[in-house]
Design a binder for this molecule. Sequence first.
Ligand SMILES: [Zn+2]
Length: 426
Amino acid sequence: MKITPSALLSMSVVLLTLAAVATPARAAEQDESLKRAIAVLESTILVDGHNDLPMAIRQFAKAPGDVAVYDLRQPTEGDTDIARLREGRLGAQFWSVYIPGEGRGPFARPQLEQIELARRIIERYPDTFQFATSVADVSEAKRAGRIASMLGMEGGYGIENSLGALRAYYDLGVRYMALTHNAHTDWADAAAQLPPRHNGLTPFGEEVVREMNRLGMLIDLSHASPATMVATLRISEAPVIFSHSSARGVCDVPRNVPDDILRELPSNGGVVMITFVAGFVNCEVGRIVQPAMAELALRARAAASTEERERIMREGMAAIKTPVTTIGMVADHIEHVRRVAGIDHVGIGGDFDGNPNWPEGLDDVSTYPRLFAELIRRGWTDTELRKLAGENVLRAWEQTEKVAARLRAAREPSTKLFESAPSSAR
Ligand SMILES: [Zn+2]
């Protein structure tokens, strides 16, 4: 068919008219979805599994580690401040007390500093934050109109192969520990470091899992290798969490959760808290970011100091250029986990302040309602949205507390020492 200029003109008129009719209707529908999303989030406790604000403050160029200068009452240059947390209707946050695990350490000192820094952030704004170490604390914070603030360790490096140190971190208020970050620990394999060193967990790694069960510390499998996930699911008597991971069935990057692990979650009771990080959500971004990150990790491992390692990772991540990621892509991961593991096993773990690449419109702590609005447009009910928002992870945590009460009554703290097998030399 030949298209004449006048036919083209009349087609354009038709299209323009259609657009004029469609846009306000669509805007109104979006408005309605957003309104309903906000109402749902206000009626429940929105829990985010991972936010790296403590590291953002530790690395704040103008005043590293200064919680007074990094004022959360003002708009910050990062992803998190109080006004935006309120706009996002956040009810509870696991603040990540991340330290890099590359190199030979020391690990306990930076880990303790990060915990102390996070505690100071929480204490600085008593009208906004309430330190929480139990599910009951989270409910109490919600009733008081404050954001429940929990601590989660990212990587088991800080325990320096000591179960006594693990227990001391619990006493400081740490309520989850990711077994690894991007580097293997001496007792558990990470997804991002190849080749694997232990094929999952060593016997000491298994004892770490058992002791976490006894303490009532959630086991976070984000960043762990699939073999570590399998070994942990075999041993753990409590539900596991993935504090910030997406689905490998949608994007085949090593950081995401494989379908065979998702299928184990109904019997374990665990929850995958979906991250918004573009490199794990958008396969195309993943293809660009993954090799770049592996190269950065190699460089970081060779760095002379912890500070130098942190600088290499921060500046390197910020320099990576990537294509656009959408809110819909994040919703695709959520719906995939729901399809494979079930509606009771999916949650939210944004990872704000932990990375510079975000989906458009889902790029800081004010934006959670937009993701829930997208799911409303896809037909999610309020009951389903509440499970995703926080009910699932709070149920998993409550179950973990019950397991701990039973195990503490049944056995003493573990006295097992780290096995110094030659294969575990760094
Ligand atoms: Zn992480």
